[in-house]
Design a protein around this ligand. Sequence first.
Ligand SMILES: O=C(O)[C@H]1O[C@H](OP(=O)(O)OP(=O)(O)OC[C@H]2O[C@@H](n3ccc(=O)[nH]c3=O)[C@H](O)[C@@H]2O)[C@H](O)[C@@H](O)[C@H]1O
Length: 437
Amino acid sequence: MEKKMRDLEDELFPSTPGKVKIERAHAMNRQFHRCFASTSTMFLWALFLIALTASYLSFQSFVDTSSKYFTASWGGLHWERQVRASALPRRSNGISVLVTGAAGFVGSHVSIALHKRGDGVLGLDNFNSYYDPSLKKARKTLLASHGIFVVEGDVNDARLLAKLFDIVPFSHVMHLAAQAGVRYAIENPNSYVHSNIAGLVTLLEACKAADPQPAIVWASSSSVYGLNEKVPFSESDTTDRPASLYAATKKAGEEITHTYNHIYGLSITGLRFFTVYGPWGRPDMAYFSFTRNILQGKPITIYRGKDRVDLARDFTFIDDIVKGCIASLDTAEKSTGSGGKKRGQAQYRIYNLGNTSPVTVPTLVSLLERHLKMKAKKNMVEMPGNGDVPFTHANISLARRELGYKPSTNLEAGLKKFVKWYLSYYGYGRSNAGKNL
Ligand SMILES: O=C(O)[C@H]1O[C@H](OP(=O)(O)OP(=O)(O)OC[C@H]2O[C@@H](n3ccc(=O)[nH]c3=O)[C@H](O)[C@@H]2O)[C@H](O)[C@@H](O)[C@H]1O
């Protein structure tokens, strides 16, 4: 009994404490080794994984770089030949113009008009998706049918610009690439800074460094007059009350171009366009989206100012704007700088290109109804405070005097041409006509 008790005791509490220690020590040792072995294995695994990840990442970046290199939308001998051929004037004393925003509304019209009279035209456009890029592609196809090549690229791409100026000694740059639209700035403010400020500066840097330096004609906007009340708007009026970020970036553009004119001798002409409309226009603009909605039986929203006053715009037909652009190119003096240095005072001009005949938005709608032979479903709402101004009205005396600018298409005639184009492009019944704005 006593023995049984001892055996049990021994079993429960072994009599040789040392043995337990030794066994424990061995066990701990084994555990430690196992643990150490597993830690070092883990460490090795971790190292392996890090190495694997690093090599994967560098492989990816190699693939990215090479795919960028191999799939770049510009570069190569064939591309250079297209650039040269397109930019080459076909008449004696013809000019060679880089048109930025060439797949845009105004850009495509100006490019074709220049090409038709024998000037060299090279287009540049980033085909962004602010509105339906398929319309921009269609304009590109139209330009190609005239023999005008449009490079797919961004004005923020300094390497591309340097390459273009390296290939072609452009005499002029018609800078129309921009983030347009007054109200969209609420949604995407940075796109205005990116295109209208950063892109402009990148382009001016390229022009400054080019040899010869080109003369620059570029699109400012009637929106720089902002909340001014004195009408008609004159170039000498102050423009320090912009109502939208779009207007503010255009105003900044006028000051930035002035700086490049002053420091580097770049010849600058800024054109303040007043609500340009017409065939191949911009789907985000009122006359275009109203047309689409009326045809599709959808309602349109008409903004009204304070005290239910109708909003009014100095709507200007595209053909008149094109004439103003070309007259600006033709009267632009050469830039005076070279090697990035100014050699003398260069020309700096700003012109209003409007129609001098403001029309209210409800009248615009009535004209569309007449041309479309359909009634609009109208929602009248108070103008939201998102960048709109109540009216615009251009004084065009300066442009008339110095450019011979004389708009000749009134809104009724211009809208008739627009509606004709719209119906031929989208058709009557297509339910998705102009849907992807
Ligand atoms: O001259 C410019 O510098 C600018 O012209 C153009 O801006 P805006 O004059 O604002 O043209 P646009 O949008 O056609 O609205 C026309 C009218 O319809 C009203 N409008 C508009 C939309 C709507 O749904 N309802 C409405 O009543 C609206 O309140 C306005 O009264 C260019 O888009 C811009 O890029 C810039 O170039």
